[in-house]
Design a protein. Structure first.
Length: 258
């Protein structure tokens, strides 16, 4: 990135932080009294967009900073004011671009870049609840089961349709699961499925095979604990940490709950 691009990126992001509106070339020129043509600014914006620093939601609209752009600004261009950081974090949570997990990752990454600190997040399925279960047939041999959890996480699982497990059997099972399993903790789904066997047997001929598919392929949740590290380069570069201690720290982060 050129110095001029860095300069314009800083102006664009600070304008967006202050106003909360997409930034157009004319807006930038007027706001900062730039002695430069609108075409030149647009060209620089296009270059920044190609580098992933900016995004454009509408053909005729202005640009807004991407997560990559915000992280770059936080690490290299920001003066570190609390107000700016607060507004950037508010933008990340307000947009919630994909899922709550991704949003938290974006926010933690931003904080790590600003502070030059190593941060670790730990996520677990232990407290998640099943909020929705939907069936989508794909073809004669397969169907997709889409699950939504209480954290907004979406899981897509594939099951087989065959002579033993029919699509109609799966539909009947899904209806029962919607009645009996919604708001059940993920870690308890397999156990509760087995308890539903007597009820399912009244409507589904090969209910045991249906249950087996759901338990092994759909509700196969385990209490996984996932640790993610942000800014690990800061940890590696730390002069007061011995190499053997660093290895132990990284191993603990990777394999244990923090």
């Amino acid at each position: 990135m050129t110095e001029r691009q860095r300069y314009y990126l800083k102006l664009i992001i600070e304008s967006y932080i202050n106003d909360g509106e997409p930034v157009a070339s004319q807006t930038l020129i007027k706001k900062y009294n730039l002695a430069i043509s609108s075409a030149t600014v647009r060209n620089e914006m296009t270059s920044l967009e190609k580098e992933g620093m900016l995004t454009k939601h509408h053909v005729s609209g202005g640009r807004v900073p991407s997560i990559k752009g915000l992280n770059y600004y936080a690490k290299f261009l920001s003066d570190g004011s609390v107000e700016d950081i607060d507004k950037m974090l508010q933008d990340i949570f307000a947009k919630r671009r994909i899922s709550i997990d991704t949003t938290i990752e974006e926010a933690v990454s931003l904080i790590s870049n600003i502070t030059n600190m190593t941060l670790v997040t730990s996520s677990s399925e232990a407290n998640e609840l099943l909020k929705s279960i939907q069936l989508t047939p794909i073809n004669k041999e397969n169907a997709t089961i889409v699950l939504v959890t209480s954290t907004g996480r979406v899981e897509s699982k594939l099951i087989e349709i065959n002579n033993v497990v029919s699509l109609e059997d799966v539909r009947i099972s899904i209806r029962l699961f919607k009645e009996r399993l919604i708001d059940t903790p993920l870690k308890e789904l397999a156990m509760k499925m087995e308890a539903l066997a007597p009820i399912l047997s009244k409507s589904v001929k090969n209910y045991e095979e249906v249950l087996e598919q759901f338990i092994t392929k759909v509700f196969d949740f385990h209490n996984k604990i996932v640790n993610k590290v942000y800014g690990n380069s800061s940890l590696i570069k730390a002069k007061d940490i011995k190499r053997e201690d660093l290895v132990n720290i990284l191993d603990m982060i990777e394999h244990k709950s923090i």
